[in-house]
Design a protein around this ligand. Structure first.
Ligand code: AMP
Length: 317
């Protein structure tokens, strides 16, 4: 079935316009006539040879896998249904657009925010029992919410890992440009650090404008490729963290928890120094040139002068 704008879908959702397209799906903005809410409908409108399963099965398993997850930086489906033979995942509508359009435009501050928010979501996934690996962290799967928060979306190839997840799919699906070297090894399973590599590749591309290893991705590290140092006016701390995320060996990468903590600390430092700058801006210009000790001395001198003036006034009276 071909979906069209302004039609009522499933007796409930008035379709407005397409927000984006995936491998075998279209994402539509829709008005839910029962609740009045704006929703995003991800509709399986084709078949996926890549997934070797039909969209209905793929969406149903994505819904089941994510059903119990709750995190402020995850954009999760709230419902699965098949309407007029079209399988659909219903998601909260996220007003901000995908980070894909930000390539080469992300500022230092936004890069730290993205690292903090997405690493926080990954840390949550990696600490599930059994752990979950997203497997497809990339700019197109990160959406910016209207409140400025970044959200991780699309759990279509998310995998359970570990001994108790032996039934999970072992297929190496993903987007090569963001995939870590170990994911190209035949028969291997993704590890938590694979997501950290993809997050590093994503932020590298968003600040520099090009992906770290081109469209072929981390496989090039097996062939001796070296990471091009990040150019531009970014702090050494940011460059170093991204480069660590992109280490060839998984164990040389920081955990998602470490990325989150470094990014949180950097944002806190920046906000306290900008508060200090704001405070300084309100001081008369001659005071803003003094250091803290000189300002204390100046305050005491002003106090002494005031006391002498009061005593002098009393004496005159
Ligand atoms: P996906 O097939 O999940 O990768 O989605 C394709 C594109 O649709 C994304 O890159 C977004 O631009 C858009 N999109 C997906 N989900 C939503 C949503 N919940 N709200 C707004 N836009 C979305």
């Amino acid at each position: 079935m071909k979906l069209k704008g302004d039609t009522v879908f499933g007796g409930r959702y008035r379709l407005k316009h397409i927000l984006g397209k995936g491998g075998f799906s279209e994402v539509w903005l829709a008005h839910d006539m029962q609740t009045g809410l704006a929703m995003a409908i991800k509709a399986g409108v084709g078949t996926s040879g890549e997934l070797e399963m039909n969209p209905a099965k793929a969406f149903a398993s994505e819904y089941a896998l994510t059903f119990n997850l709750r995190h402020e930086h995850l954009l999760l489906p709230v419902f699965f249904e098949v309407y007029h033979d079209v399988p659909c995942l219903i998601l909260p509508y996220c007003e901000g657009r995908s980070a894909g359009r930000l390539a080469g435009k992300l500022s230092e501050q936004e890069a730290w925010k993205m690292l903090r928010d997405i690493a926080s979501a990954l840390d949550y996934l990696h600490n599930q029992s059994p752990p979950l690996v997203h497997c497809d962290v990339k700019p197109g799967n990160i959406l910016a919410g209207s409140d400025g928060k970044y959200l991780l979306a699309d759990f279509g190839i998310c995998q359970k890992i570990g001994p108790s997840a032996s039934g999970a799919s072992r297929k190496q699906l993903g987007t090569p440009a963001y995939m870590s070297p170990e994911r190209f090894v035949r028969g291997s399973t993704p590890v938590k650090a694979s997501d950290v590599f993809s997050l590093g590749a994503t932020v590298y591309e968003l600040i520099s404008g090009s992906s770290p290893f081109g469209q072929k991705g981390g496989i090039r590290l097996h062939k001796g490729a070296k990471l091009l140092p990040l150019e531009g006016d970014f702090s050494a701390g940011l460059k170093k963290l991204i480069e660590r995320c992109l280490s060839k060996d998984a164990w040389d990468r920081p955990s998602a928890a470490e990325v989150k903590s470094i990014a949180t600390d950097n944002l806190a430092d920046k906000s306290s120094s900008s508060k200090a700058i704001r405070l300084r801006l309100h001081l008369p210009s001659f005071l803003s040139r003094l250091d803290d000790n000189q300002r204390i001395l100046a305050a005491w001198a002003a106090f002494a002068f005031l006391c002498i003036a009061i005593i002098a006034c009393i004496a005159l009276i």
